[in-house]
Unconditional design. Structure first.
Lengths: 110, 117
């Protein structure tokens, strides 16, 4: 299975702190993406990193990818209460299918 | 900003009934997908659709499921005879094609919650 697995399962931090979430996967990939899901809502694309990239930034987001360890991390800097959501990594091997991990529930307390 | 829209937001049905979940993908997108998320579980891929045919499907997508693009804007998922275990949130997604190259980012709708009683 290509499935990504995130850790931690749940993370609770204070506003202004950084949040780091990790994702591991099992097979070779073409790209890895991170999505956010607010409670009961759809998935919002955050950032995509390709298999030949090691790090990518977008605003307060920083993603790293280590293909030798088959792992990725998502760092959210200076977190805000509005960042409270579930975060999922999803891998794409070839073709269209995204394989999602179980997700990390992030709670940012104000 | 363009978005994927799904209707209805919540569908309640009796076991054995047929349901059709509807999606309007982003207008210039050519790749369409259905995923589902059973409560408390991972988001799972069901099927992808391109050029009026299924391009990939998962083991979940058995003969009870079908997809259709009945016109230039809608993309539907039909479940022929619903089972209790079909209760889940169903997400539609679409992605762009630029010059014959598929863009990898998928844009998701807000989902339809299907409750099978």
């Amino acid at each position: 299975s290509q499935q990504g697995e995130e850790d931690p399962q749940a993370l609770s931090i204070q506003e202004g702190e950084n949040a780091t979430m990790n994702c591991s996967y099992k097979t070779s990939i073409n790209n890895l993406q991170w999505y956010r899901q607010n409670s009961g809502r759809g998935l919002v694309h955050l950032i995509l990193i390709r298999s030949n990239e090691r790090e990518k930034h977008s605003g307060r987001l920083r993603v790293t990818l280590d293909t030798s360890k088959k792992s990725s991390s998502l760092l959210i800097t200076a977190s805000r209460a509005a960042d409270t959501a579930s975060y999922f990594c999803a891998t794409a091997r070839y073709g269209n299918k995204l394989v999602f991990g179980a997700g990390t529930i992030l709670r940012v307390k104000s | 900003e363009p978005e994927v829209t799904q209707t209805p937001s919540h569908q309640v049905t009796q076991m054995g009934q047929e349901v059709i979940l509807r999606c309007v993908p982003i207008s210039n997108h050519l790749y369409f997908y259905w995923y589902r998320q059973i409560l408390g579980q991972k988001v799972e891929f069901l099927v992808s659709f391109y050029n009026n045919e299924i391009s990939e499907k998962s083991e979940i997508f058995d003969d009870q499921f079908s997809v259709e693009r009945p016109d230039g804007s809608n993309f539907t998922l039909k479940i022929r005879s619903t089972k209790l275990e079909d209760s889940a949130m169903y997400f539609c997604a679409s992605s762009e094609d630029t010059g014959g190259i598929r863009v990898d980012i998928q844009y998701f709708g807000a989902g339809t919650r299907l409750s099978v009683l």
